[in-house]
Write a protein that binds this ligand. Structure first.
Ligand SMILES: N[C@@H](CCC(=O)N[C@@H](CS)C(=O)NCC(=O)O)C(=O)O
Length: 119
C-alpha cells in the first residue's frame, strides 16, 4: 500500500511537471504589488498530495511566490499547522493580515481565495 502511494505520488509530480500551467504576465508594478501581497501567505502542504498540487498549480497560474512549508517532513511546520490550524490536514493556507492569522483548509476554498485576490 505504501509502495503504491509512493508510485502514485511520483506520477502526480511527473504529470504536474509535464502539464505545468503557464503563469499570467503582469506589468512590473502590478507584479510587484502581487509579490507584496503574496508575502502574507504561507502554504502548509505535502509535496505529492494531489490537493496541494492543485493549489500550487493555481499559484503558478497567478504567478505568485508563496512560502511553502512541508508539513510531512518538517516537524516544526507540522507542529505550527497543528497549533495554528487545529489539525494536520493539507493543503492549509495561512493568511496573515494586520497581525491576525487565518488558517484556510480545503483546496477549492484556497483556489477560490487566490483567484479572488490575484486574478
Ligand atoms: N477535501 C480536502 C482533502 C485534503 C486531504 O485529504 N488531504 C490529505 C493529504 S492528500 C490529508 O491531509 N489527510 C490527513 C487528514 O485528513 O487528516 C481538500 O480538497 O483540501
Amino acid at each position: 500500500m505504501k509502495f503504491i502511494r509512493i508510485i502514485l505520488g511520483k506520477l502526480i509530480l511527473l504529470l504536474n511537471f509535464v502539464f505545468r500551467p503557464s503563469g499570467v504576465k503582469r506589468a512590473p508594478d502590478a507584479q510587484q504589488a502581487a509579490d507584496e501581497k503574496a508575502k502574507d501567505l504561507t502554504l502548509y502542504q505535502f509535496e505529492a498530495c494531489p490537493f496541494c498540487v492543485k493549489v500550487r498549480r493555481e499559484m503558478k497560474r497567478q504567478s505568485i511566490n508563496v512560502a511553502l512549508k512541508d508539513a510531512k517532513n518538517d516537524e516544526v511546520a507540522r507542529q505550527e499547522l497543528l497549533e495554528g490550524g487545529g489539525r494536520v490536514k493539507v493543503p492549509c493556507l495561512k493568511i496573515t493580515k494586520h497581525g491576525e492569522e487565518t488558517w484556510m483548509y480545503e483546496s477549492s476554498d484556497i483556489v477560490a481565495y487566490l483567484q479572488k485576490e490575484f486574478a
